[in-house]
Design a protein around this ligand. Structure first.
Ligand SMILES: [Zn+2]
Length: 447
């Protein structure tokens, strides 16, 4: 058993008397400041200018349709990549989608990927940020009419692109992929293709952030105006789980500690460390009620993925023909988007990608010892692969608490905590000397 530091870094962030120590990395803070609402607005307005980005629309025109849009996105990524010293490679991820419900004939489709290679060739970690660049109006098969899709989802695409611009100039040990995917509105086809390809090619994707509908700050019907809150959706029970894993989850009460949920809590902690006037609202479900998005195909391939979406949606905007009815404007036009808000969401994503890719890898084989009954909790783990961490945080919270409440800093690979595993939940994360934390790992029972 290793000695536990008496210094508890952060305690009870939800109680009124709590204090949180904020320690920022100057490099990450500088990148956060570089994310520009002006650039984001220019990207959104340019995407809207293609008239429609419907997945089945024209691919020949240089100025209109999905083909012109994806060519422009690729050229923009290549422009950003020029500052990367050859580390950022831009490619189309092309495939032919067979005929289906919302695809009237076999159709060639292209995602755009900007891959910023990690500087450590032995580091296999990949972090993905994604938005979908396709758009639609009321009729999902209408490929002709003006479908601006400013918020759904030029906003998320702009987040991927603006972060590629800012981060291409910097070095990270792990690889970051900035995606703009197609076919979301027709059935998540673009993201499904990347997720399946990743699985088949053995990509080690440790986190996937899906940004879809991140630019509106007005709530239809409620009249709420909120440019401060953003939702992060995460599944509790993993989409992929075998019988043995399910049995373990049931017997330790791990249904609120899936990898996606650890990523969601991590996102809140890191983003609020850097981004001012931002409240990350964790929604403990895979997506909005009965709805889905591009993170789901990644979850289904066993990857850790979350969805990021504005707090209040305006359904007079999404999937609507442009029109005025009884004095109400319908349609996803760029004048209704809040670019300072998208900037905030982009900054939030940046902090997570940067902190993760600068951090050590996750500790391995994290376990709680169960050989004897005790009112304490004995944890042990193995050091991560790659860069050695300075130490580890053992995270602890009450079973009814949504967020971690205490962090115990230890330098060895075990800890004996004077609180019972019957009454508290635990996880372990690796941390380097600059304070970059890995994702927390929820322990398995070990003997
Ligand atoms: Zn969308």
């Amino acid at each position: 058993m290793k000695r536990i530091s008496l210094f508890i870094i952060s305690i009870l962030t939800i109680s009124a008397s709590a204090q949180t120590t904020v320690k920022q990395d100057a490099g990450i803070k500088q990148m956060v400041d570089e994310v520009s609402s002006k650039n984001i607005e220019a990207i959104v307005r340019k995407l809207v200018s293609f008239k429609t980005r419907h997945t089945l629309s024209d691919t020949v025109s240089k100025t209109e349709g999905v083909g012109a849009a994806r060519n422009w996105i690729k050229a923009e990524y290549e422009r950003y990549a020029a500052a990367s010293n050859g580390r950022m490679k831009v490619e189309f991820d092309a495939f032919i989608q067979p005929q289906g419900n919302r695809v009237d004939k076999p159709t060639p489709m292209k995602n755009v990927l900007a891959i910023l290679k990690g500087t450590d060739t032995t580091d296999k970690r990949i972090y993905i940020i994604s938005g979908h660049y396709d758009s639609r109006v009321t009729d999902v098969m209408n490929i002709k009419d003006f479908a601006p899709g400013a918020v759904d989802d030029a906003s998320g695409t702009a987040v991927s692109m603006e972060l590629a611009r800012v981060m291409a100039k910097r070095s990270f040990p792990a690889t970051i992929i900035f995606m703009a995917v197609v076919g979301e509105e027709q059935g998540l086809y673009g993201s499904t293709n990347v997720a399946k390809r990743a699985k088949a090619e053995g990509w080690q994707i440790d986190a996937m952030l899906n940004n879809d509908i991140v630019g509106n700050t007005y709530g239809m019907e409620t009249g709420l105006k909120d440019n401060r809150s953003v939702r992060v959706f995460s599944e509790g029970v993993p989409a992929v789980e075998n019988e043995k894993q399910a049995a373990t989850r049931n017997s330790v009460g791990g249904e609120n500690d899936s990898p996606a949920r650890e990523l969601a809590r991590y996102t809140k902690e890191i983003a609020e460390r850097y981004v001012e006037q931002l409240d990350v609202k964790l929604i403990y479900r895979r997506d909005r009620y009965l709805r889905g998005g591009d993170h789901t195909p990644f979850s289904q391939q066993g990857y850790t993925a979350i969805r990021i979406t504005e707090m209040n949606e305006d359904f007079n905007r999404q999937h609507q023909d442009i029109r005025k009815e009884n004095g109400v404007d319908y349609g996803d036009l760029p004048d209704f988007a809040d670019y300072d808000y998208i900037q905030k969401v982009a900054r939030m994503n940046l902090t997570v990608l940067a902190n993760l890719s600068l951090a050590p890898s996750e500790p391995q084989n994290v376990g709680i010892l169960t050989s004897g009954l005790t009112n304490k909790t004995q944890l042990k783990w193995d050091a991560p692969k790659g860069k050695a961490p300075a130490g580890y945080y053992v995270l602890m919270r009450e079973t009814i608490s949504p967020f971690w409440e205490k962090k115990f800093y230890v330098t060895g690979t075990s800890a004996n905590i004077g609180y019972s595993k019957d009454n508290y939940l635990f996880a372990v994360q690796a941390v380097d000397a600059d304070g970059h934390e890995s994702l927390p790992v929820f322990p398995k029972p070990v003997r």
